[in-house]
Design a protein around this ligand. Structure first.
Ligand code: TNX
Length: 469
């Protein structure tokens, strides 16, 4: 009898004070590496009683979150780790009941990216700040900002004010729309806003293709309607001025030079290209393109920044040192391994299923390649397999904006797929479980409801119908 009482007492003591009970899952997106929660209820009145412990040996973005009856303890080696602990804590605090327990967490990938295309349509700084808030909540840390394309040039360059005054005119749906762009002060404001959220901003000026807006301003440097002239020295001098200014404006480590989808029609008729081929012994227009990319990469390197480019550059002969390539060609799965073998840091963002300009419901009407019924399902993002390879440093989703103009449409394309991306970027494969994830997404919908977000609701798509562009 006495023995039975003692063992019951011990069990009660363990339950109440030590918290050794069956583990509960935590409602956090992205799911943490390990979570050992108890049945002991945490008194939310103590949520601000946070003790920070500097644990020098922990990796920069890692953290431990100890939720105890007496208060919260956060261990991390850096501000970033502390910040991520707070993101997890915020999500837990949104639950009706919070429990005591220990979360030990660190990201799988160092590059957790999201790209926004503001060249096709311009959204403005309030929208960008909302995107950065979203990224912070889900522990994404690389904001790739597509700031130039055929339809518009969106970043002020003091050396060439016409780039925005004239190049900023028009957008994908209206080539005559008044000029829209960011002043350098606005850029600095956004970069600072991102930095507070431990997000690095990577500006992209896309060259030598996707350059019609540039060409409208500098017709003498035109290669054809969509490219610059790779044979003219003045092209390189002008780009050096532009990218150097960009390097001053953006304090981050990276500059993205584009390099995708270069249409070389007519290059062979340009006297400067002919002369270049002869001088450099280039045997084809492909080699001319590669020459251009190598030189542009060298220009970026000379500014002290690391080059980021689309995977179109992996065969350009540029040295892999400090360079990041974004693998986007789904139809060329070999590019990922080839780039990694060459020594580039690779980021996984194949358009299928990672691009968010494709629809996510087969009944949706407006999306990239919707006429061939192309759909990028959240589940495909979530279950996408990425082999461990030290040269594969991350994963990213891109929101191209040809068919995205309005705020609700932006939200509809982003949510909830971005949750799957975030989990792919942060969580370990051993924690990847789609049905458990969907339950967490449903919990996240409650938060998104409070923020009035027009997300796609997979339970009932009628609830938030697909918005027009
Ligand atoms: C390809 S991905 C592009 C973009 C388009 C996108 C549409 C890449 C490097 N280039 O210019 O907007 O497809 O999905």
């Amino acid at each position: 009898m006495q023995l039975k009482f003692i063992s019951l007492l011990t069990a009660w003591l363990l339950l109440t004070f030590v918290g050794i009970t069956p583990c509960k899952a935590v409602n956090i997106i992205p799911y943490p590496q390990s979570a050992e929660m108890t049945d002991v209820v945490f008194n939310k009145a103590k949520i601000n009683m946070i003790k920070y412990v500097k644990a020098k040996d922990m990796p920069a973005e890692a953290y431990e979150l100890h939720i105890k009856k007496s208060g919260i303890v956060i261990k991390a080696s850096s501000d970033a780790g502390r910040f991520y602990a707070l993101q997890s804590l915020n999500q837990l605090a949104e639950e009706e009941t919070m429990y005591c327990g220990v979360i030990k967490d660190a990201p799988r990938f160092s590059w957790r990216g999201f790209m926004l295309d503001e060249a096709r349509h311009f959204f403005g700084k309030d929208e960008v700040k909302q995107v950065l808030d979203m990224m912070a909540r889900y522990k994404l840390n690389r904001f790739h900002w597509h700031l130039s394309d055929d339809q518009g040039w969106r970043v002020e360059i003091k050396a060439f004010p016409e780039l925005t005054k004239v190049g900023g005119i028009g957008c994908y749906s209206d080539s005559k729309a008044p000029a829209k762009f960011y002043t350098q002060d606005e850029i600095r404001e956004i970069v600072a806003y991102a930095a507070e959220r431990h997000i690095e901003v990577i500006p992209e000026i896309d060259m030598p293709g996707h350059a019609s807006a540039f060409n409208r301003v500098m017709p003498s440097l035109k290669g054809n309607d969509r490219t610059v002239n790779p044979g003219k020295e003045e092209t390189y001098a002008t780009l050096k001025t532009i990218y150097s200014e960009l390097a001053e404006l953006f304090p981050g480590r990276y500059i993205h030079i584009g390099g995708d989808e270069v249409n070389k029609n007519g290059w062979d008729n340009l006297p400067e290209v002919k002369a270049l081929m002869e001088k450099e012994g280039l045997k084809s227009l492909n080699e001319v393109e590669e020459y251009f990319c190598r030189r542009l990469a060298d220009i970026i390197t000379s500014t002290g920044k690391n080059v980021v480019a689309w995977d179109d550059l992996i065969d350009s002969g540029t040295s892999p040192e400090g360079k990041v390539m974004l693998w986007w060609h789904t139809e060329h799965p070999e590019f990922l391994g080839q780039g990694a073998d060459k020594g580039f840091d690779m980021v996984v963002c194949p358009d299928r299923p990672f691009y968010l300009d494709f629809v996510q419901d087969p009944d949706d009407k407006e999306g990239h390649l919707v006429w061939i019924k192309a759909v990028n399902y959240m589940k495909e993002i979530y279950e996408y397999k990425i082999e461990d390879n030290p040269k594969v440093i991350g994963v990213q989703s891109n929101l191209w904006s040809e068919r995205v103009i309005t705020h609700p449409r932006r939200e509809y394309m982003i949510y909830p797929r971005i949750l799957a991306l975030a989990e792919k970027a942060w969580s370990l494969d051993s924690n990847i479980d789609y049905s458990a994830f969907l339950k967490r997404v449903e919990k996240e919908y409650k938060y998104l409801d409070t923020m009035d977000v027009h997300y796609y609701d997979f339970r009932n798509p009628e609830r938030h119908p697909e918005p027009k562009r």
